[in-house]
Ligand binder design. Structure first.
Ligand SMILES: [Ca+2]
Length: 493
């Protein structure tokens, strides 16, 4: 009798426990896994129309979620783009260089979520200053519990059988496993397809014999093909290397998605894949920096594709800012859907993620909450205009218009009809131009005066590891020995 009673009580206790756990699971805010590629073009994935790319995992992610076609980077190079993601503000709002000051007192998405109980991780590329490298030195910065670059300073130059981003993705999987019983947020910021792109033979074999039919690509891509030839590159070989590097990234994406599935976390995990800005050129255009730019041998394979758009990295034209953006959240974000109407940008990341996580976001930011767009609610126009500064001049996107004022005078394009930005309508629509001109001018007036970098006392080289950190000249600090340049001239990776 006692035993029977005990068993019944145990059953009830278990049931109660399950109900409580169920309720908790229901209440638990979603996990966030942010897969961020580097210099990957809008048109580089098969699901975004590349004729030769092999990206089955990312294509599958797109069929399981929504693929957006009007997502913009927060900036045309790495640091401005990542600054927008982390803070919800444009890079140009900061009076001190991110390179030596970081975000100062500005709150970050990781800090906000961490304060709300999220485990937070950041693996791979950093480039959001001020501390440069490695190990766990950055854990705790910006509310990030665990940081790991997952390799040496020149990790992005590695050619390894698993793909150069594999250590980063593997570390992120480890982090997810460690934190699967609580809400987590993880930045998985790889180096593919940033230069140099030299793929492993195993991945190259997938593209053996590939011959590029140039007619398959836009008129803007033809400029890149000619540049490749001009600098003695081999278009076929460049394409094979580039796509093999991307193929390796796709293998890593498959691995992390499989791991999330195997842990039973898919339903309550928002997975986003995006790129930090458009594809790099074979050689940086002299016009971007107003001086002759040196050709670097290691950029000869930069054959990334911006789809139908003009320009790429370092430029504000659509090809520099329009990026692939895929969101999967089963049961919440529509599956097998292409959203070609919603317009959003890197600055919207912080308020959107906060909204979905049930966390209050600051209001003095440039971005807006676009969670309704992600969730496929009724289509709407965004409330805030998008404005950037740089080459060829400050530019605004508002409704269907892109307006620029700079190197080529004033430019006005109707993106809805002319995505390749070839037909300047500045004379046909003077009222539109006037309105946008005023908005850009007002924005420029709002920007703070840039503060000079404090002068450093001369330090003697330190022995051992500490000395290495101070002396390493690596890629992240390339622009850090100079004061932050004016907005029209960006130093970027
Ligand atoms: Ca980049």
């Amino acid at each position: 009798m006692t035993i029977t009673m005990s068993k019944s009580l145990l059953k009830i206790a278990c049931l109660m426990s399950l109900l409580v756990c169920g309720a908790r699971a229901e209440e638990r805010p979603p996990n966030v896994v942010f897969l961020f590629a580097d210099d990957l073009g809008y048109g580089d994935l098969a699901c975004y129309g590349h004729p030769y790319a092999k990206t089955p995992a990312l294509d599958k992610l797109a069929t399981e979620g929504t693929r957006f076609t009007q997502s913009y980077a927060g900036g045309q190079t790495c640091s401005p783009s990542r600054t927008a993601i982390m803070t919800g503000r444009t890079w140009w709002r900061f009076s001190k260089s991110i390179g030596w000051n970081g975000f100062g007192e500005r709150v970050t998405v990781t800090e906000l979520l961490n304060n709300a109980g999220y485990a937070t991780g950041h693996f791979g590329k950093w480039h959001i200053g001020p501390q440069p490298y490695g190990g766990q030195r950055l854990s705790g910065v910006y509310g990030i519990d665990e940081y790991d670059r997952c390799g040496p300073t020149d990790i992005y130059k590695q050619i390894i059988p698993e793909g150069r981003d594999a250590p980063i993705y593997d570390r992120a999987i480890e982090f997810i496993k460690e934190n699967k019983d609580r809400p987590f947020y993880v930045n998985v910021w790889g180096f593919s397809t940033h230069a140099p792109v030299f793929a492993h033979p195993d991945h190259l074999a997938e593209f053996e014999g590939l011959e590029v039919d140039e007619d398959e690509f836009s008129e803007h891509m033809q400029i890149k093909f000619r540049n490749c030839e001009k600098y003695n590159g081999d278009i076929n070989r460049a394409m094979q290397n580039y796509l093999a590097d991307l193929y390796a990234l796709d293998l890593s994406v498959k691995k992390i998605l499989d791991a999330i599935d195997e842990m039973g976390l898919s339903d309550n995990t928002i997975v986003v894949f995006a790129s930090d800005q458009g594809p790099a050129d074979i050689k940086i255009n002299d016009d971007v920096y107003n001086k002759p730019m040196e050709f670097k041998e290691h950029t000869k394979n930069m054959i990334g594709c911006a789809g139908p758009f003009r320009g790429g990295k370092h430029k504000l034209f659509e090809g520099g800012l329009r990026v692939p953006f895929i969101v999967r959240w089963p049961g919440k974000v529509k599956a097998n859907t292409v959203d070609s109407e919603s317009v959003f940008c890197g600055v919207d990341w912080l308020p959107t993620i906060c909204k979905l996580a049930g966390v209050e976001a600051p209001t003095d930011i440039d971005g807006e909450d676009v969670s309704d767009m992600w969730l496929g609610a009724k289509k709407r126009a965004r409330r805030k205009s998008l404005i950037w500064s740089g080459y060829p001049g400050p530019s605004i996107r508002e409704r269907k218009w892109r307006y620029y004022k700079g190197k080529y005078g004033e430019l006005l394009y109707d993106i809805s009809k002319d995505p390749g930005e070839t037909d300047n309508l500045i004379k046909q629509y003077p009222e539109v131009a006037d309105r946008l001109r005023k908005k850009v001018a007002a924005w420029l007036k709002e920007l703070p005066k840039l503060e000079p970098k404090p002068k450093k006392k001369k330090k003697k080289a330190l022995p051992g590891l500490a000395g290495c950190f101070l002396l390493m000249p690596g890629e992240m600090w390339r622009g850090n020995s100079v004061e932050r340049p004016p907005p029209a001239c960006l130093v970027g990776e």
